[in-house]
Design a protein around this ligand. Sequence first.
Ligand code: FDA
Length: 398
Amino acid sequence: MTDFPTQADVLIIGAGAAGLMCASVAGKRGRSVLVLDHANKVGKKILMSGGGRCNFTNLYTAPDNFYSANPHFCKSALARYTQWDFIALVEKHGIPYHEKTLGQLFCDNKSRDIVDLLLAECREAKAQIRTRCEIQRIEPLQTTGFEVHTSLGKVVCESLVIATGGLSIPTMGATGFGYEVARQFGHSIVPTRAALVPFTLNKRSLERQQELPGTSLAVTARCGAGSFHEQMLFTHKGLSGPSVLQISSHWKEGMPVAFDLVPGLDLSEWLMEQRGKKQESFLHTVLSEFWSKKLVQFFLLRNGLQSKPLKHYGDSELRMVGEKLQTWTLIPEGTEGYRTAEVTLGGVDTNEVSSRSMESMKQPGLYFIGEVLDVTGWLGGFNFQWAWASAHAAGGEV
Ligand code: FDA
């Protein structure tokens, strides 16, 4: 497309999940909508999400699944555009999907289905989209509205929606642009950090686990107030898997993370029972009921535990074994950072944004939606549900 619109009722910066959703809702209200993105194509994060199958929502979405300095902020938008509303949209477009686990809904085919759904909705809403467009400067007009200078030309708009997401995966087009705009208009930013991100371990720990990358097991990971019962995966750099990604949202430098390696069982009690039944069996043999030989060896070594026939263990020693294996504690060296993080914690302070419309309380006509706001979901489709819900709230108002 060659001609660039010089005027729009609504200008949305960012053609990701939230931006495209907002465009379709506003366009269907009869507003003229222009969406601008600096990337070469729209919805790049959607395309790479969910391992290529986009975990587009979660059946059990509730405000408790989100982190924010202001935990009440997300309630209104989530209640007014629910997971059931997005599922209905997916069904309207005939997109096949399934529940993988824990209420997580994935496309049967490809994430592309969700991008196509959003583009079809935008077409129906007559929203215009331009990619490869750099935003140079935003100037508020004296009366109402904004003048936005871009590499493709100048646009005057009444409402300006910032949907530029967080800092995760800069190679996919992520920038801190949304935070800069927020600061320009006097907003505070809740400090950001990478979340839903693998842990890195120090050299010594990595040497000890060099046989294990690719091995996973079910654990309960705990850190601060967080506790998640899911899989943990050993990697070449440290630890990953859903339980680790989830707990990373609670972790800050220097904090210990504890893993219950046999969740849902009182291991000491169980070992005492086994001692009654299998007196001659070695500790490592009975533990192989839970883990592979490699893992048993690793966990015994890492916890300074020797394996001997069960009859040689007293109660207190079995209690100590149970305790060590159910609170295996380590301090990660760090995380893999924004390079691989799924989301960014923190962002535009929600105390300065309307929870009903997502409009700035500092600058009339300016809106923030999606991940740029200080609302971050758990792993499992919650971040997209926030993008849809916040975009829907703004789309009805802009
Ligand atoms: P999003 O990042 O989608 O879009 C922002 C847009 O703004 C981009 O198109 C970008 O190019 C554009 N932009 C940025 N800076 C700009 C600038 N300066 N000028 C112009 N345009 C600019 N969530 C989930 O619920 N289920 C899942 O399965 C996954 N999986 C997943 C995998 C991976 C690898 C990642 C990195 C993330 C996920 N997520 C996820 C998280 C989810 O992708 C994320 O929360 C949403 O995409 C956020 O939607 P937004 O629209 O806010 O930002």
